[in-house]
Design a protein around this ligand. Structure first.
Ligand SMILES: [Zn+2]
Ligand SMILES: [Zn+2]
Length: 447
C-alpha cells in the first residue's frame, strides 16, 4: 500500500511512522513559515516589500485554483501538440514538473470510506478532493490524518472531539461552521448512524470511533485493558475493526507508558540527588534541566510527570504553548509557564528535532549559565526492538548533557494489539497501516 505525504504528495511508503510524521510536520512548518513571513513583512513600509507581501499573501485556495488552471492550460497545450503531430509520441512531463504539480485527485484507500445502510462516511480523508459522503470524521490532530484540511474547506461537516476541533480551527483555519464537536463517550446520531467517540490513548484529543456499536475505527491508538473494557461496555461483537497496525510485528515489544514514565521520573530524581551530593557544588548552584521531545501534540504525559516530581513548571516555545492551551488539559493548564523566563523552569517541552547532540550542545552554551546539567528525553516507539533497561540511561555529571532514548510509544505494541483483538469478537479486521505481517490479522478474526 503506497503512502503519500498529505501535504507535498511525496511517496513516504518506505519511511517508518515517526519519520512519516516528522516529514509531514516539516511540510506543515514550511507552510506556516510562509505565513510567518507575511506577518513580519506587513510591518515593513518599503513599497518593494509590500509588493512581495501581496504576492505571498494569496490564500491557498487561489493558489490551488491557479494550479488547476495551469494544469488545464498545459493539458490543453499538450492535446493540441498531440493533434498536430499525431505520429509523434505525446510529450511526457519530466519529474520536476510532476513534483511541482501533484495530482489533484488521488485515489482514496478503501479503508477510509465506511458505508452503512443509507450513509457513507470518510475517516481521516481530507486530501482526496470532495468525496461523495454524508460526513467526514477526524480521529485526531496529527498531520498524516488531517492532511488536506485548510481555510478553504467546504466539502462537508467534520465530526471530531472538542480539543481536535479547536486545533483544526486555530492551526488550519477551518471555518467552525464545518466542525461538529462530539464529547468523548457522548452519543451522537450522524445521518441515522449512532456514533461514539472514545478515548484512543494516543495524543490529546485523539479518539477511536464506534459506529452503530458494530464497526470500530481505531484511528491511531495505544490499545490498553481500559480501552478494551470501554468498547466491551458497548458491544461484545464487532462486524469490522479498522485497526491501527503501525506496530503489527511480533518483534515490536515495548513496556507500558506508565512503566516508562515511572522509570524516567526515578532517573531524573536520581540524577538530581546524585549531583546534589557532589562535594564541589553548593546545593543552590545545582540545577538539573530536563528536556522532553514531542511532536505538535503528543508525549506531554512524560513532561507532566517529570515536572510534578521535580516540582517545576514546564516551559515550551510560544507556538507550542498556544496549541497546548487549546487542549484545555487540567495538568497542562496548571504546569505550563504562561509567561516569563523559561530558565525559571527545570522542564522544557521542545520539538523532537531539537534533541540531537549538535543542537543541544549549541543550546547548552547559553543554558549552562542557568543549569548545572541537562537530561534530554527522546520518547519514541519505533527505534526499540529489544528490552528497555532503565539502568543504562546516561547520568550526566555537572556541566554535561545526557540524551535518553526511551520507548514511549503512542501506538500499540504487538502484544497490546493481540490482546485487544482477542478480547472482543471481530468479524473482519482491516489494517490501516501497511505491514509485512498482515496475515496475522486473520488469526485474530472470529470464525
Ligand atoms: Zn497520530
Ligand atoms: Zn498516524
Amino acid at each position: 500500500m503506497n503512502v503519500l505525504c498529505p501535504l507535498c504528495d511525496e511517496n513516504i511508503t518506505l519511511l517508518d511512522v515517526a519519520q512519516r510524521e516528522a516529514h509531514a510536520d516539516r511540510c506543515l512548518e514550511a507552510m506556516e513559515g510562509g505565513h510567518k513571513l507575511v506577518v513580519k513583512e506587513e510591518t515593513a513600509i518599503s513599497t518593494e516589500l509590500k509588493v512581495e507581501t501581496a504576492l505571498i499573501e494569496k490564500p491557498l485556495s487561489d493558489e490551488r485554483d491557479e494550479r488547476l488552471e495551469r494544469i488545464a492550460r498545459k493539458d490543453k497545450e499538450l492535446e493540441l501538440t498531440y493533434e498536430a503531430h499525431l505520429t509523434k509520441p505525446k510529450k511526457r512531463r519530466n519529474f520536476k514538473e510532476r513534483k511541482s504539480e501533484p495530482p489533484l485527485k488521488r485515489s482514496i484507500p478503501f479503508f477510509k470510506i465506511l458505508t452503512f445502510p443509507g450513509s457513507k462516511f470518510a475517516v481521516d480523508a481530507f486530501c482526496y478532493g470532495p468525496l461523495e459522503v454524508d460526513a467526514y470524521f477526524l480521529t485526531h490532530f496529527h498531520s498524516d490524518h488531517y492532511g488536506g484540511l485548510s481555510g478553504s474547506w467546504k466539502w462537508g461537516p467534520i465530526y471530531c472531539t472538542p480539543a481536535t476541533a479547536r486545533l483544526v480551527h486555530y492551526k488550519l483555519n477551518v471555518d467552525p461552521k464545518y466542525l461538529c464537536e462530539v464529547e468523548i463517550g457522548q452519543p451522537c446520531i450522524v445521518n441515522g448512524v449512532r456514533v461514539f467517540f472514545l478515548d484512543a490513548n494516543h495524543c490529546p484529543g485523539s479518539s477511536i470511533i464506534l459506529f452503530n456499536n458494530k464497526v470500530l475505527h481505531t484511528g491511531d491508538f495505544r490499545a490498553s485493558p481500559e480501552i478494551l473494557e470501554t468498547v466491551r461496555g458497548y458491544t461484545t461483537k464487532l462486524d469490522k475493526c479498522y485497526l491501527d497496525t503501525t506496530y503489527l510485528d511480533p518483534k515490536r515489544v515495548f513496556p507500558t507508558q506508565s512503566y516508562v514514565i515511572s522509570r524516567c521520573v526515578e532517573h531524573c530524581l536520581s540524577v538530581q540527588s546524585t549531583n546534589q551530593r557532589s562535594f564541589f557544588l553548593k546545593p543552590r548552584e545545582n540545577r538539573l534541566l530536563v528536556m522532553v521531545g514531542s511532536y505538535t501534540i503528543g508525549k506531554e504525559r512524560l513532561a507532566i510527570a517529570i515536572a510534578k516530581a521535580l516540582d517545576s513548571k514546564i516551559w515550551t516555545p510560544e507556538p507550542k504553548l498556544q496549541i497546548l492551551n487549546l487542549l484545555k488539559d487540567n495538568d497542562l493548564d496548571e504546569l505550563l509557564l504562561k509567561s516569563g523566563n523559561g530558565v525559571t523552569c527545570q522542564v522544557h517541552l521542545v520539538s523532537m528535532s531539537e534533541l540531537n547532540k549538535e543542537k543541544l550542545a549549541e543550546r547548552w552554551k547559553f543554558l549552562k549559565k542557568h543549569y548545572t546539567h541537562l537530561l534530554a528525553f527522546v520518547p519514541t516507539g519505533w527505534t526499540f526492538r529489544g528490552t528497555f533497561d532503565p539502568a543504562s540511561l546516561p547520568c550526566p555529571t555537572s556541566g554535561t548533557i545526557g540524551i535518553c532514548k526511551v520507548p514511549y510509544s503512542e501506538h500499540s505494541s504487538y502484544e497490546e494489539l493481540q490482546n485487544f483483538c482477542n478480547g472482543i469478537q471481530i468479524g473482519k479486521i482491516i489494517a490501516t497501516v501497511g505491514s509485512a505481517h498482515l496475515n496475522i490479522l486473520q488469526q485474530w478474526e472470529t470464525r
